[in-house]
Design a protein around this ligand. Structure first.
Ligand code: GAP
Length: 599
């Protein structure tokens, strides 16, 4: 562990799949972040935390719609990992005792480089200061080198040239004490992963002692980021969704790999980065055969991550997978890729990390705890091995060496003597052991299997970054009948509200029918909002802005023929559908079993 890689990899090439995202565009469009954040605040997605006390950077609140959207994204993740892969979810505490993080290396090495501006006293992330001025590989520089690089650069807070500054490491873990009297040091976990490693033996038994198996965890992680200025991209408390897949070190072929063999993923491999080339679309089978991706497991989760991110609303043209360069990859990792999502404000943002972590974590916990973190793998047919065994003759050793007989017997075995006897040193004295004091037996032993330490494949997702990316990529502005329409084209499964129900007028029994329909929806497990305030056009706009995919309007015809108007957010088309079976119809639209154009 050491300095962490930069948030957005500075590449001169911002081309993906034929589309171009030039720096120029980035600057011109950078206000999209302000628009999204304005919408998110106004409409109850994301709020600064504890505003009445002035908020704290790096912490956010999810409002009512944001919480629902977050849950939907977490559930989309669960559909892939828990339902699809069969990796059961566990839940571990967010506070862990010190030993865990000594073993994991976080106590010693989970730090970022920091300096303090001598003019305004602001604490700064030293590598970020360098990166902002296009110094490549800043996160891999030694502290003294970094200090030399940044001394001519301006402070991002006060803009004075920094001058000579000291760069030092700042550990990002929040420390606490467990119980009264501060006897036991603890830390808020900086990743959810460690709980899944410390539970390894229990998980192994749960999965009936067989590899491969996987487990997942979704929960809060905490990092005391030095100067989090990037809204919900860099938080001090954030949600991770991580999977730890334990595999045999010599069996890294995923059993379901054929599913993604031909699946195309834009890969920015080491060679593309070195030659400053754009990503290349690779089928996952080809990527493994050509050695671009280390093994099928890593390739499988690159493709699965691509499919998952696109399914929740990430624009595939703004998604790429960047391989860690050798100097940024952890020394123990066999291969490591980041899913990076392009954001108009932040450039390419690392959102998911997919790594083959080898046996590093399990061996580290084995050393620290003294417990076993291995798996017994039986051989198909037990091996037979010829072994030579030395058997001391206790009947003769006993009377001759009395109280020291046991010690002498052990020394004889340890010295593995030949047939001619041996001279041993017992308590500083040379003792001649003649061949009649032991027997050399040759025997054939059966070896039923061997202990191995599994390797870990780890896809690690940042849920908050996924949420921001989805908001940015699904946000659209368009002119409709001379009026600006702001719309979040969220996939129905991600949208916090699935359907809005409106009475056309606030009288003549229409509100009662609309309320009944909204109630029917809720009974059908569909999140529905009833809204009777303002002109109908404004009500549609309000729902468009929060991404509600469908709206139902009750009008005077409803009283005659029990039909309503069903409106599709994206096409703005409207059709008449019967009230009977409406919940079923909307459920099938939400689940993608039918399409609005077929109605
Ligand atoms: N167990 C591996 C691990 O934690 P990581 O790359 O440090 O790897 C995984 O974190 C993901 O967690 C990142 O790709 C990112 O999406 C998210 N993440 C990390 N630090 C974050 C922060 N300060 N704020 C928001 N999300 C963060």
């Amino acid at each position: 562990m050491g300095a962490r890689p930069p948030l957005h990899h500075q590449s001169h090439h911002l081309f993906v799949c034929g589309e171009q995202y030039k720096q120029k565009t980035v600057i011109a469009m950078s206000d999209i972040y302000d628009k999204i954040m304005d919408l998110a605040k106004r409409r109850g997605f994301i709020w600064p935390t504890s505003e009445c006390y002035g908020s704290v950077a790096g912490f956010i609140d999810y409002g009512p719609l944001g919480s629902m959207m977050k849950r939907n994204i977490e559930n989309a993740w669960r559909r892939f990992y828990v339902v699809g892969e069969g990796y059961y979810e566990i839940e571990c505490p967010t506070i862990g005792q010190e030993d865990i993080f000594i073993a994991s290396g976080h106590v010693k090495g989970f730090s970022d480089t920091m300096c303090q501006c001598p003019h305004c006293r602001e604490y700064l992330r030293a590598d970020h200061v360098a990166e902002a001025h296009h110094v490549s590989g800043a996160s891999t520089l030694k502290n003294e080198e970094l200090a030399r690089v940044i001394c001519t650069l301006p402070c991002p807070a006060c803009e004075e040239v920094l001058g000579p500054v000291e760069v030092f490491n700042f550990n990002l873990m929040f420390q606490t004490s467990i119980g009264p009297g501060s006897q036991r040091r603890g830390y808020l976990r900086p990743e959810t992963a460690q709980g899944m490693f410390t539970d390894f033996q229990r998980l192994l038994r749960f999965y009936r002692d067989k590899l491969p198996f996987g487990t997942v965890q979704i929960g809060k992680s905490f990092r005391n980021e030095i100067s989090p200025r990037q809204g919900m991209i860099r938080l001090r408390e954030f949600t991770q969704a991580e999977a730890e897949i334990f595999v045999h070190p010599e069996a890294k072929d995923h059993p379901q790999f054929s599913r993604y063999d031909g699946y195309l993923v834009p890969l920015l491999g080491i060679s593309q980065q070195r030659d400053n080339l754009p990503p290349v679309l690779y089928g996952m089978g080809r990527a493994v055969r050509e050695g671009i991706v280390a093994n099928e497991y890593v390739a499988y989760y690159l493709a699965l991550t691509h499919e998952l991110l696109v399914s929740i609303g990430v624009n595939p043209a703004k998604l790429r997978f960047r391989q860690h360069l050798p100097d940024e990859r952890a020394h123990y990792a066999e291969d490591c890729w980041d899913a990076e999502i392009f954001s108009e404000r932040f450039g390419w943002v690392e959102t998911v990390g997919i790594a083959d972590r080898t046996d590093y974590d399990l061996r580290a916990h084995e050393r620290q705890s003294g417990e076993r973190f291995s798996v017994f793998i039986p051989f198909e047919t037990p091996l037979k091995e010829r072994r030579v065994r030395v058997v001391p003759d206790m009947g003769t050793l006993g009377p001759r060496f009395r109280g020291k007989a046991k010690e002498v017997a052990e020394a004889i075995c340890a010295s593995a003597p030949g047939p001619e006897g041996v001279t041993l040193t017992i308590d500083g004295e040379a003792v001649q052991i003649s061949p009649d004091l032991y027997e050399i037996r040759e025997e054939v032993v059966e070896i039923p299997g061997m202990d191995i330490t599994p390797h870990v494949i780890e896809p690690s997702y940042g849920i908050d970054r996924m949420i921001y990316a989805v908001l940015e990529h699904t946000y659209h502005e368009e002119m409709v009948e001379d009026e600006e329409r702001r719309v979040l084209r969220l996939p129905p499964s991600v949208a916090p509200l699935k359907v809005a129900v409106f009475p056309l007028m606030n009288r003549d029994g229409l509100p009662e029918i609309a309320r009944e329909i909204a109630e029917e929806m809720r009974k059908g497990n569909i999140v529905a909002e009833y809204d009777d305030s303002g002109a109908i056009g404004r009500r549609y706009r309000r729902q468009d802005e929060v991404g509600t995919p469908f709206a139902v309007t009750v009008d005077y015809d409803t009283k005659e023929d029990r039909t309503v108007t069903l409106r599709d957010r994206d096409s703005m088309r409207q059709v008449r559908v019967p009230v009977d079976g409406l919940a079923r119809c909307i459920r099938s639209l939400i689940e993608g079993e039918s399409h609005f154009s077929e109605l």
